[in-house]
Design a protein around this ligand. Structure first.
Ligand SMILES: Cc1ncc(COP(=O)(O)O)c(C=O)c1O
Length: 475
């Protein structure tokens, strides 16, 4: 059972106090850490006396906060193990929830879009294509040949010659990242990651015993382009000689930064020099809102891609593009956990790929409008927030004037908007001054629901009410 030390929890809690009673603020903040994934369900919390000392309140306050969490079903006492934080039974994963959920809740914990319209016809055609596969056994550990070939062809057309044997179809990009971590990391290995970055990639590396080494990435503001700190990158490579580096060079999640060509080549050089396996996650690369889609990263890297953003997350189709030996090695690490990717969904993606460029024109046009609406409405309603201009991707990485992202997320939920606070995107609890705001919801919802709710929540920050019982998936 994972255990959180009092000092570790105090660090995650950050500046948790608000204007209300301390017991309520403490309980709310612990619950938020559970719901956004910074504290794992099933973890043992520190003893009351230890936490009281670490956060500077009385033991009675901690006891009352724990009692409150117990009452709401988030904490249970396990004999011999103390207080264990847990998602209440009946807690919802929100899996079938649209972006605008019943009851007016808008889910901005996910940077997503609904399915591209092309999917309906592609699914019908794929059902026909499936007939040819039915005589086979259907276990596709590497991927169905037609999809591997179509993905290889797309990489080749975009300037990265690729053979079908160099493609491994996975259950989404997250699965691909997890598989690569299992295949190429040993406990104790250093893993270079971006900060802020995609939290589930860091979780995957940690899950196999990897030790994250964070390098900073910033969102552009005004005239200052955002991006990777080259010196910090070089220093991190030289100092830690990471076994693996995980980077998102095309519209990085959550900053939207794009890695310039010269830095891409420099990173390849560094990885070669220090014996680092370079993994580039290009899940959001196709969502170029102001210019052409960035070309694929140079060939030396292991590329991860996904149909989730350009077509639909519900397909659960992603892939790895690497040399054939790497593909085979990664595929060999599937079998203890699962036995391949469903055939029908692969056929749907194979049907969509020839039309993907047209799909992207529509999708990016829609996203561009939504980004512009959200940026303009935020500028008008919350001029004190620093809203970057992002050239692509699905989210704005907004800088707040105060370190109140978690309090704001709690307050926003009361006003019907679910948010992931900034610290979830940091490696060790930084970014309380930042908020990721996805712009996948339609323009009307952003204008009439999201921004007014954010403005109300911002005004309320410091006087927040208890949050309900939800588990959210961040994508
Ligand atoms: C950078 C990045 N990688 C991976 C994923 C997960 O992709 P998938 O749904 O294909 O598993 C996301 C989803 O937001 C993402 O932004």
């Amino acid at each position: 059972m994972p255990t959180i030390s009092a000092s570790g929890l105090a660090q995650l809690l950050g500046d948790w106090r608000d204007d209300g009673p301390a017991l309520r603020a403490l309980a709310d903040r612990v619950r938020l850490l559970l719901l956004d994934g910074r504290v794992l369900s099933g973890s043992r919390l520190p003893a009351e006396r230890e936490l009281a000392a670490a956060v500077g309140v009385s033991r009675t306050t901690v006891a009352a906060a724990y009692a409150r969490l117990r009452d709401s079903g988030h904490l249970r006492s396990v004999r011999g193990s103390g207080s264990v934080i847990t998602l209440p039974t009946g807690s919802r994963s929100g899996s079938a929830e649209p972006l605008t959920a019943a009851g007016g809740l808008v889910n901005l914990t996910r940077a997503v879009l609904p399915a591209a319209p092309v999917l309906a016809g592609a699914a019908r055609a794929a059902a026909e294509d499936l007939l040819a596969h039915l005589p086979g056994d259907g276990y596709e550990l590497l991927g169905v040949p037609s999809l591997r070939a179509a993905l290889a062809e797309r990489y080749t057309a975009r300037g990265l010659p690729t053979a079908p044997e160099e493609v491994l179809v996975t259950l989404g990009a997250q699965h691909a990242v997890g598989l690569l971590c299992r295949a190429f990391l040993a406990p104790g290995d250093r893993v270079l990651v971006e900060s802020p970055g995609y939290p589930y990639a860091v979780d995957a590396a940690r899950g196999v015993g990897g030790r994250p080494v964070a390098v900073p990435v910033t969102a552009g503001t005004g005239d200052t382009p955002g991006g990777w700190d080259e010196e910090a990158l070089e220093d991190a490579f030289a100092r830690t000689r990471p076994a693996l580096a995980y980077l998102m060079p095309g519209f990085q999640n959550p900053t939207g930064a794009v890695m310039p060509p010269a830095l891409r080549h420099r990173v390849v050089e560094l990885a070669r020099r220090y014996g680092t396996r370079l993994v580039v996650d290009e899940t959001t690369n196709d969502l170029a809102l102001d210019g052409p889609v960035p070309p694929p990263f140079p060939a030396d890297a292991v590329h991860v891609g996904s149909a989730a953003k350009s077509l639909w997350g519900g397909l659960r189709i992603g892939w790895v593009r690497a040399d054939a030996a790497t593909v085979q090695h990664a595929a060999a690490h599937r079998t203890p956990w699962e036995l391949g990717t469903p055939v029908l969904e692969q056929l749907v993606v194979a049907r969509c790929l020839p039309q993907l460029d047209d799909v992207l024109v529509d999708r990016c046009g829609e996203l561009r409008q939504r980004r512009d609406v959200l940026s303009a409405e935020l500028a008008a309603a919350l001029p004190e927030w620093d809203v970057p201009h992002v050239p692509g991707g699905l989210a704005l990485w907004v800088r707040l004037p105060t370190a109140t992202s978690s309090a704001l997320a709690l307050a926003a939920q009361r006003h019907g908007v679910l948010l992931t606070p900034g610290p979830r995107f940091g490696v060790d609890g930084a970014f309380e001054r930042y908020l990721r705001l996805p712009f996948g919801a339609d323009a009307g919802t952003l204008r009439t629901v999201v921004v007014p709710a954010l403005a109300r929540a911002w005004r309320d920050t410091g006087a927040v009410a208890p949050v309900s019982r939800r588990l959210e998936v961040i994508v």
